[in-house]
Design a protein around this ligand. Sequence first.
Ligand code: PLP
Length: 411
Amino acid sequence: MNPQTLSSSTAVEQSATAALYDQFVLGNYARAAISIVRGCGSRVWDESGRSYLDYTSGIAVCALGHSHPRWVEAVQRQAAELVHVSNLFRTPNQGELARRLVQRAGPGRVFFCNSGAEANEGMIKLARLHGRKVSSGVEGRRYKIICARNAFHGRTFGGMSATPQEKIQGGFRPLVPGFAFAGLNDLEGFRALIDDETAAIFVETVQGEGGVHPCTTGFLQGLRQLCNEHQLLLMLDEVQCGVGRSGRFFAFEHHGVQPDAIGMAKGLGGGFPIGAIWVGKTSADLFTPGSHGTTFGGTPLACAAALAVLEVIEKEHLLEHVMATAPHLHAGLAKIQADFPDAVKNVRGLGFMAGIELAFEPPPFVAKLREGGLLCPAAGGNVVRFLPPLNTTRAEIDEALGILRSALSAR
Ligand code: PLP
């Protein structure tokens, strides 16, 4: 539909939508003042017919952009065939998706769930089972997990407890015991926290919500070594940085490190809710029948969506595209930093997970970008993130950089 064909009644509907939210939707989000009705590729349209370049991508979810024809076809076909039967039965799509993820991650097995937080809950439970195994079957002796300061692992009790931020934890204590924290990339800090109750180390390969902070290769390799020395699981949260966003399928592939468990979600379903944990071969038998589960995990429909994402990533060479195109984004951001040194303090990231650190609070600036036609999410530490779909073009990147430059000039 052409934006011009939208009737003027949509303006009324827009305020009607806002009124519905005001009256009926819980107020736990500070939402932008637009209602989005349609998406295509890297663009979305609001109710008034205005289009935006969408570099939020549903917070790193819409890996193929909006309404990719192959994804739409796969979801429509599967919806007409079989949507859900529960995990009391096998379904071909779940088996095939597990095989494809094992191909990517290494020998092991996969558990399917519905979100990033749920994937991380699964890994936290895996750490407890591992702790029992390496304590000769004694439960509760080794249960501690060392995480990074500034991390974000989700809003469930396990995820929150692994997320040492007042804005996440405040109001919800007491939390799950057994989490300790050191600075990201501070290997000695992690080493110092290991004791005879420690079961695992758990970090995001690239911190997202905390402000786009990638792990260094030395840090991750050092963690691997620490885990080997102390019989700890190395668990990586790739919920945001995984499934191609970094330019490799998993971000840890940039560092030559093999984890013991990986949490993923967001980009995996390309917009359809699905999460997963991959568990390496030596720990893959820790979950036994009845020890963990979820009604909706790995439905035929969710897995069809994820299989379409993996297929398009391969057929359209999207990992290669991100690797080839991301330097253009990062160079453009660096140039803008050089031109606006008082406003842009730092530029960092990996692949299509880029952030600029501002000298001021992001929310009004994010609104300015939106007014200019660009949707970008904020993150911790005064950061604005650029999370384009994996198939965004160089021309679209230039358009985003132009809107950013204009918004900075107009300050
Ligand atoms: N882990 C990371 C690294 C995330 O970025 C997020 C969400 O932003 C989560 C976990 C939680 O995922 P979800 O919101 O799907 O529960």
